[in-house]
Design a protein around this ligand. Sequence first.
Ligand SMILES: [Zn+2]
Length: 241
Amino acid sequence: MIPETVKVNGGRKPIHNMSDMLDLTLPLTEKILRYPGDSLPIFKKETDIERGDVLTVSHLSMNCHAGTHVDAPAHFLGDGETLDELRLGRFHGPAVVYEYLDCDVIASQDLRAAQIPERHHMFLKTRNSELLQRDTFSSTYCTVSPDAAELLCALQPLSVGFDYYSLDPYEEETGFPAHTVFARAGIPVYVCLNLKDVPVGEYLFSGFPLRLAGAEASPVRAVLMQAVESSRRENHSRKVT
Ligand SMILES: [Zn+2]
């Protein structure tokens, strides 16, 4: 029993409950949208109750970059941190979702107008959220410019999240400039976040990777929990023309 003088959660209203959770995770199937050249997941039943076995045991074989996942700096840098070298606070904490639905490249001037808080998970919702619902990859997705990545890095985000497979243009001959900016700063990047039905605003986020030893990426179950009233969310809507 808790004495009346003790206030749970510092006396503040709890910031989430089960009904407030928004799942940003794409269903992981053998037909999931994939980055060109990557292999698809393979599910096998090693034993199956339906076939008369005493229990069901599934086997999953997959590329770590299939569907909703998080990339560690080691994905882009030979000496970058792997997922198990990043602190757990990189995968949980306060988050903001901003919306840039009408642009092809998010540039630094788009972000300057947004008054982005420091030390939050920073998620960018774009027109890619529609592309993410399709069966086949589109090379004409919205991207993030390297100067916008530099500006975000200065705000020390816990992570950055995007609604397609890459921040950088497809087949960019110069490599992955925006991703490399975050990798150099030790910041993980979530990709293929399904933000289609997520209102802009402030949230609590959880997206823990598997504890894969030495891995540069892992599938995640990415979830936002609503933290503030809807009226405050409108301050985060920035439609670029
Ligand atoms: Zn990846």
